[in-house]
Design a protein around this ligand. Structure first.
Ligand SMILES: [Fe+2]
Length: 266
């Protein structure tokens, strides 16, 4: 049978719950891929970043002992975390140079816009909470709702760490990739203010346990060491009471609380 003839055939018909589940999964994957392609066309910077953040988020969730279904929800949340940037003007997304206050305000709408884009896709569930809250900070200084500590859904706290780590360790057009160690050090410096320390340490453990990729001989050192960007300000300090507040919310993976469901948040 020629490829052209195969293409003209109707899809194979299947029956039963397993078939329905498979069709739903395929439809979900196709939808996610279409959304990501649209975002990458608009903002080439995000090429590959979305999938890497999804993979890193899944790595953290596995390290925390999450069941398989939740790992996939966290992965999906990481993959789609910036989908709301579809609503940001292209010129602003690609702007070189500092942003004005108004431009920053527009960009900070993207978590809410992402939540709006995904609202009609019921199967996303917890992944949407990660999209909506991935720029919250555990000290309450993030956005869009200024949630703090354990009120931030766990999936969002995971994705925040994965997002920052990939941003520091992947190659950008204006600089080479940074090694894992200084990036982890920066995450640890910001643990307790910007990031949940539990998620940072889970990432560190997962990376330490991860076998190197075939042929990988360690990250190449840049010819001239480049300083890492500071994620949480030069004087960020770990706050004792805040750490206690975060520690009071261990990863029970039953976090569909008010924050995760969006109740009491808006
Ligand atoms: Fe974002």
């Amino acid at each position: 049978m020629s490829p052209a003839h195969r293409r003209s055939q109707p899809p194979a018909v299947c029956w039963g719950p397993a078939c329905a589940r498979r069709v739903r999964q395929e439809a979900q994957q196709a939808t996610v891929q279409a959304l990501l392609q649209a975002l990458e066309l608009k903002d080439p910077y995000t090429r590959g970043h979305s999938e890497r953040v999804g993979d890193l988020a899944a790595l953290i969730a596995v390290e925390l002992g999450a069941p398989a279904a939740r790992v996939e929800a966290v992965r999906l949340g990481g993959t789609l975390h910036d989908i709301g940037k579809l609503a940001v003007p292209t010129g602003l997304l690609r702007k070189n140079g500092p942003l004005t206050d108004e431009e920053r305000r527009v960009i900070q709408l993207h978590p809410g816009d992402g939540d709006g884009v995904l609202r009609g896709i019921a199967v996303l569930g917890e992944a949407r909470a990660a999209v909506l809250h991935h720029h919250e900070r555990v000290d309450g200084a993030g956005y869009p709702y200024g949630l703090s500590g354990g009120r931030i859904p766990e999936a969002a706290r995971i994705v925040a760490v994965a997002d920052a780590f990939d941003a520091m360790t992947s190659t950008r057009s204006y600089r080479s990739a940074r090694p894992d160690a200084p990036a982890l050090a920066e995450l640890r410096r910001c643990a307790g203010t910007q990031f949940d320390p539990m998620m940072v340490e889970a990432l560190a453990r997962a990376l330490a346990a991860r076998p190197p990729a075939p042929g990988f001989s360690g990250p190449a050192a840049p010819a001239t060491p480049e300083p890492l960007p500071t994620l949480c300000g030069a004087t960020a300090a770990v706050e004792g009471p805040l750490l206690a507040r975060v520690a009071a919310h261990p990863p029970t993976w039953a976090w569909l609380d008010a924050g995760a469901k969006g109740k009491g948040v808006r």
